[in-house]
Design a protein around this ligand. Sequence first.
Ligand code: FEO
Length: 173
Amino acid sequence: MAISKKMEKAINGQINAEMYSSYLYLSMAADLNNKALAGFSNWMKIQAQEELYHAMKLYDFVLERGGSVTLDTIEAPQTEWKSPLAIFQAAYKHELLVTSLINKLMDLAIKEKDHATNNFLQWYVKEQVEEEASADEIVQKIKLIGSQGNGIFMLDKEMAARPPLFTFPVSGE
Ligand code: FEO
């Protein structure tokens, strides 16, 4: 059964929200890099990759269900934050917003008795639990160690170890 027009529109909206999340985290990664925190920046850049993956899963699902993908303008994200703590607090807050968007999508799937979309969205419901927890964990760690000194240096090293989801070929190699 093809996806309803209403559900198609709602999922297209979520594709945009996930693309914006990727943009936002990429912007945060650049600011972290400018704040001399290469490890934090690495973590956030990989988070931006995760968001692109979230968007692509929705994209593929719409097409698989016989719907149309309509890509909308992606809003420009903020470019500077006052501290690494402010960045991760903003990321956590953003994840809470994304969770509410996923919940609304799920409400619509339930209302429409669209079991296939409901089943598909379960993955996002579970993923949001992890997304909220990982951003909040970093907020708590930064609060614990403070924004300067040895602690932040050690945490930066730890975050540098997060492996990428995918890598790009580097020119000249
Ligand atoms: Fe796509 Fe971080 O939620």
